[in-house]
Design a protein around this ligand. Structure first.
Ligand SMILES: Cc1cc2nc3c(=O)[nH]c(=O)nc-3n(C[C@H](O)[C@H](O)[C@H](O)COP(=O)(O)O)c2cc1C
Length: 227
């Protein structure tokens, strides 16, 4: 198989898996999304994690469903993303897994909208209200009402499938799982609240995040502050 055939086969397999789950019944009007943009904001430089024992963090980690109704600070967001990503081993050292985020409350200097996290920057994808589109993308829309930030773990299959066999499709989910565990642990270490989310509709998330065909949404993670 050529690399292109492998990529097409994996994209199609991913879509077939997604079709095994029904979408939310909430309406999703792609034409009503804020337009795609390309501004970026430098996030505050990451700082050290609080000195908390590993065993304590590991044992305290939980999926949280009752965060406070308050926004996060940009520094907190920067720390969660930086520490979770740099501490995540990946198959072959490939960096095919990236994080995008939907903000439903401003996180000064970031306004509401969709951003891509890249090298300490928040690159705006869509600026403006995306709450209803986020709600209609999840099978549990209440996450959007409860948490100020939704992170999306996205795998770009293009580079790894140019190098590896189609079987790498499985491995990239392991990479995503490693990252999700780090998101849980860093969130806990920082005294924040988070929950992994597998229940979403790929096509809606891809449209909301303006993903390329080869960029597959794999997991989501709700992030907030404990009540
Ligand atoms: C890969 C993965 C996907 C998950 N997806 C969801 C989800 O879609 N909705 C949800 O409410 N919880 C989800 N969770 C949270 C689990 O329900 C939770 O981890 C599990 O019940 C154990 O609870 P604990 O995390 O507090 O130890 C997910 C967790 C993982 C690891």
């Amino acid at each position: 198989m050529t690399a292109l055939e492998r990529i097409e086969a994996v994209v199609s397999l991913h879509a077939a898996m997604d079709r095994t789950v029904s979408s939310s019944e909430l309406p999703f009007d792609a034409d009503a999304l804020p337009p795609v943009t390309c501004e970026f904001v430098e996030l505050p430089a990451p700082t050290s994690l609080p000195a908390r024992g590993f065993a304590d963090v590991l044992q305290a980690r939980r999926s949280r469903y009752d965060p406070a109704q308050t926004a996060l600070r940009a520094g907190e967001l920067s720390n969660v993303l930086h520490h979770s990503l740099v501490s995540s081993p990946t198959a072959g050292g490939m960096r095919e897994v990236t994080v995008l985020m939907g903000l439903t409350r401003p996180c000064d200097p970031l306004g509401v909208g969709v951003y891509r996290y890249a090298q300490g920057r928040a690159e705006a994808v869509r600026l403006g209200e995306v709450r209803e589109h986020l709600r209609a993308s999840l099978l549990q829309p209440e996450f959007v009402d409860l948490f100020p930030v939704l992170l999306f773990v996205v795998a770009d299959v293009e580079a790894p499938l140019e190098k590896y066999a189609m079987r790498h499709y499985r491995t990239m989910h392991v990479d995503a799982g490693v990252l999700v565990q780090n998101l849980y642990l860093v969130t806990e270490a920082m005294g924040l609240a988070g929950c992994a989310i597998a229940g979403f509709t790929d096509g809606r998330v891809a449209s909301l995040l303006n993903l390329a065909t080869t960029q597959l949404p794999v997991m989501a993670f709700a992030l907030g502050r404990p009540s």
